[in-house]
Design a binder for this molecule. Structure first.
Ligand code: AHR
Length: 610
């Protein structure tokens, strides 16, 4: 493997090359990255219908002690459903309430993670025509172990009243629930019940441990919020950004009908932009262009959708005096967000109205915001697009051999025209299981091809990013979690080998191997801002089952650099190609770093199988 490290033949890698793609799939956000513990906080999961679907709320008590129903009496116009709880028992008399009282509980998303010493903020809206004494408690899953409790005692709450309590947990329970109970006869209405840990990433509502996994990838961009989630099976269930902003209590929530679950939309358009800012990534906003899986808006009447998207850009970028910029400012972010990329739909290219709709969005956005880069859903890798675009989407899900062989995919694509955005790639099917070493190796080979072709491929992201282990709708995924545990799949760790690539320098290099070789390699350099030194990284994937002795020659390195600075090697492998990580063995397949003893301008490196 010959590496020419002279400046003259080197090429700058785009700053944006490697990023992440967040989709609300597998409860990635609701019950995942978004730290809200209550599931269905407004009792709205059935939509605007009554009786509504209050699942997973459940009742503490029986028919002789309380009657629970929903009605449309909420003080919030966009989510009218409230819970009406008629307590028939009392502290004394003929129908005495059971010990601990009666009421309702919410188990969160397969159990709430409550940790000793941490504080949780519970906010709820309540109304009653009588005085109330309500216990707000975090308990174990059967209600017996009280982790924290406080009382809301009020004489007059005949109009809707916001109540707030801080609960400090005195014990840990990863499968806890939130209870609202009373032993006092009367009728109480509840609405918009939230429980959040006080400690979230930058205080912005994101689960610290999960954001940490993202931050470690140094993502240059974050594509959001889907995926199919953006499209919906039907337009009526698509992601509509205006329904996801403003005070959380006023958000209607929606049923994501592709992945088949309700989201309260606490993680809305604003929060995605905030997450991008917190990660130092460029937001890539994928919006619905009037097309779902099953219905489409004709291009002639697309104007309302178009206006909605222009408004979304103003919300993100407009100054705080603009109509939508002022809404953003009121949410606590007077400075604009740096939105520079938008994608017109997701996987919609083949649909009848796509080109017509796309062109309307393209010209209107370019006119208002000439610097915004627009991404088309149509694949321009094999033939030129028939419409203007800055980028074209390329998605690839396939078996390991196919994905590995696609390392060469962009070698022969046109060097002019829109750049490629590989916005979803992964090995899927039996080669991948729920995240195998084999999948990661094939993807690593593919990404080396992406890196080598980064004159035409400017952005790439793995998909999907997250899976809540209790709701595996799509396998494999990069990060697996439950209420309190998490681990990266080999595909997650594979991405760590590329964290210095974006904005680095790609060296001209030649791999002398036969054409059927299961070896790919690249060499890059980058400057470490902490010590101001330049580093070289050579990446090689041995996709085959034979050991390879790789001879590496690096031209043009300052004499003695290897001796003065030292070198390390990092290896991702395992004894079995199908090995996976798990909650039990989170580090079975992770990169192992060690000193590279004989590093030099000419060296021999042994690449074991896989
Ligand atoms: O990543 C999972 C799904 O795969 C995405 O929602 C969609 O874009 C693709 O089909």
């Amino acid at each position: 493997f010959f590496v020419n490290s002279s400046e003259a033949s080197a090429r700058k890698i785009p700053e944006t090359l490697f990023g992440i793609f967040f989709e609300e799939i597998n409860h990635a956000g609701a019950g995942g990255l978004w730290a809200e513990l209550v599931n269905n906080r407004g009792f709205e999961a059935g939509g605007q219908n009554t009786p509504s679907n209050i699942d997973p709320w459940s009742i503490i008590g029986d028919g002789s002690s309380l009657i629970v129903a929903t009605d449309r009496s909420s003080c919030f116009d966009r989510n009218k459903i409230a819970l009406r709880m008629e307590v028939l028992c009392d502290g004394q008399g003929t129908n005495v309430c059971p010990v601990g009282g009666v009421g309702i509980y919410n188990p969160g998303f397969w159990g709430m993670n409550i940790e000793q010493g941490k504080t949780y903020k519970v906010v709820l809206y309540v109304r009653s025509l009588q005085s109330v004494n309500i216990s707000v408690s975090l308990t174990g899953s059967n209600g017996f172990q009280t982790l924290a409790t406080a009382n809301i005692i009020a004489a007059d709450i005949s109009t809707w009243t916001k109540a707030e309590v801080l609960l400090e947990a005195k014990e840990t329970n990863h499968n806890a629930r939130l209870q609202l109970t009373t032993s006092k006869k009367g009728v109480i209405w509840f609405d918009q019940v939230s429980a959040m840990p006080l400690d979230t990433y930058k205080g912005h509502g994101f689960r610290n441990d999960l954001v940490g996994m993202l931050r470690d990838l140094k993502p240059q961009f974050i594509r959001f919020p889907g995926g199919c989630f953006v499209e919906g099976e039907w337009l009526r269930n698509a992601f509509r950004w205006k329904e996801t902003i403003g005070p959380w209590e006023e958000r209607p929530g929606h049923f994501g009908d592709v992945w088949k679950y309700w989201t309260d939309d606490g993680l809305g358009y604003f929060e995605f932009l905030q997450l991008a800012e917190d990660l130092g990534s460029s937001p890539v906003w994928v919006f619905n262009n009037g097309i779902s899986h099953n219905d489409q808006v004709a291009s002639a009447i697309i104007a309302p959708f178009l206006q909605e998207i222009l408004d979304s850009i103003e919300f993100s970028r407009g100054d705080s005096n603009s109509t939508w910029g002022s809404v953003r400012a009121a949410m606590g972010h007077p400075e604009p967000f740096h939105l520079r990329y938008v994608a017109v739909g997701n996987e919609d290219c083949g649909k009848k109205n796509y080109r017509g709709n796309y062109l309307k969005f393209y010209y209107a956005i370019k006119q208002a915001y000439p610097d915004i880069k627009i991404i088309s859903n149509c694949d321009g890798s094999t033939r030129q697009l028939d419409h203007p675009a800055d980028y074209y989407d390329y998605h690839i899900y396939s078996d390991a051999s196919t994905v590995f062989s696609l390392a060469r995919k962009f070698d022969h694509t046109s060097r002019s025209g829109p750049k490629a955005f590989v916005s979803e790639y992964a090995v899927t099917g039996k080669d991948a299981g729920t995240g195998s070493l084999l999948a990661a190796l094939a993807e690593a080979g593919f990404l080396i091809g992406v890196e080598r072709n980064s004159d035409v491929v400017e952005m790439a992201s793995y998909a999907p990013l997250f899976v809540n282990a209790n709701n595996r709708q799509w396998n494999p995924d990069a990060i697996v979690f439950n209420s309190f545990q998490l681990y990266g799949t080999p595909s997650y760790w594979m991405q760590h080998f590329f964290t210095e690539s974006s904005g680095g320098t790609l060296f001209n290099s030649t791999l002398q191997a036969n054409s059927s070789s299961s070896l790919v390699a690249s060499a890059i350099s980058w400057q470490n801002l902490e010590d101001n030194k330049n580093y070289i990284r050579i990446k090689a994937v041995n996709f085959g089952s034979n050991t390879v002795n790789l001879k590496v020659s690096i031209d043009g390195v300052e004499p003695n650099s290897f001796q003065s600075y030292g070198s390390t090697k990092k290896v991702l492998t395992s004894s079995n190609l199908m090995d996976e990580n798990s909650f039990k063995e989170p580090n079975k397949v992770v990169p192992v770093e060690s000193q590279l003893e004989d590093a030099g301008e000419d060296m021999e490196v042994i690449l074991s199988p896989h």
